[in-house]
Design a binder for this molecule. Structure first.
Ligand code: SAM
Length: 228
């Protein structure tokens, strides 16, 4: 393998994430940042090892406090989950869940999911979760929503055929927005089962912290889109 083709060269953009400063954290959290995070950080080497293992790779974007991420990892020991979250205290909370559950199948990227999505090899993910993403309800802020035609194209590139994206929200306009964009994509199907059950939490869903707050303007909506 030539130098340019090694995974570390391919995933160079991931190195540009600034390190979260552990001194801004509570002492218990800071020690997890110093001890646990280096072992499980979704850096080039750890992601390369996860891919080489041949295990299914799932990605959770914006895991908040990490409750869903940790619960899915505990339920699915044969899968490796990557969680991305730029919110410092959320990462600290997820590290606590990972330590408490002695979970060995989680990688954490303390930052923006988009460069990671773009740098993962094509067709490397089996599932993507984006649960109760920031709704940006004001029209002038809609462009900040994570779901855009470009991110849907990035999901399509990174997912295996048959892989899924689960999108959940409790904001009606964001539900419409996401549905419109996924249906416009040539790369995704919305299967009949998800179409009939969109207002019921899927059997394998784990309630998230944000979901319990009920801050949106509608009951939770769940869409499972399938990569063609
Ligand atoms: C409304 S919260 C929901 C958190 C969690 N999914 C839940 O349901 O409790 C949205 C989260 O997405 C994170 N987020 C926003 N933009 C992101 C991005 N580009 N990449 C990864 N996470 C992001 C935020 O920091 C925030 O924690």
């Amino acid at each position: 393998m030539s130098e340019e083709n090694t995974p570390s060269a391919e995933w160079g953009p991931m190195r540009s994430f600034g390190r979260i400063k552990s001194r801004k954290l509570k002492p218990q959290q800071a020690s997890l940042f110093d001890t646990l995070l280096p072992r499980i950080e979704a850096n080039d080497a750890h992601v390369a090892a996860a891919l080489a293992s041949g295990r299914d790779l799932w990605l959770e974007i914006g895991f908040g406090g990490g409750e869903h991420l940790a619960a899915q990892a505990a339920r699915n020991p044969d899968v490796t989950l990557i969680g991305c979250e730029p919110f410092l205290n959320g990462v600290g909370s997820a590290l606590r869940h990972i330590a408490d559950g002695d979970l060995k199948n989680v990688l954490i990227l303390p930052g923006d999911a988009r460069p990671l999505l773009d740098s993962l090899p094509e067709a490397s993910l089996s599932r993507i979760f984006i649960l109760f993403a920031d709704p940006w309800p004001k029209a002038r802020h809609n462009k900040r929503r994570f779901i855009q035609a470009e991110t849907i194209a990035a999901f399509a590139r990174a997912l295996k055929p048959g892989g899924t994206v689960r999108f959940a929200t409790d904001w009606a306009d964001y539900a419409d927005w996401a549905l419109e964009r996924f249906l416009a994509s040539p790369d995704f199907n919305w299967p009949a089962q998800s179409q009939s059950d969109w207002n019921t939490a899927p059997a394998d869903h784990v309630t998230t912290r944000y979901e319990t707050k009920g801050l949106g303007d509608c009951a939770p909506v769940f869409f499972d889109f399938v990569r063609k």
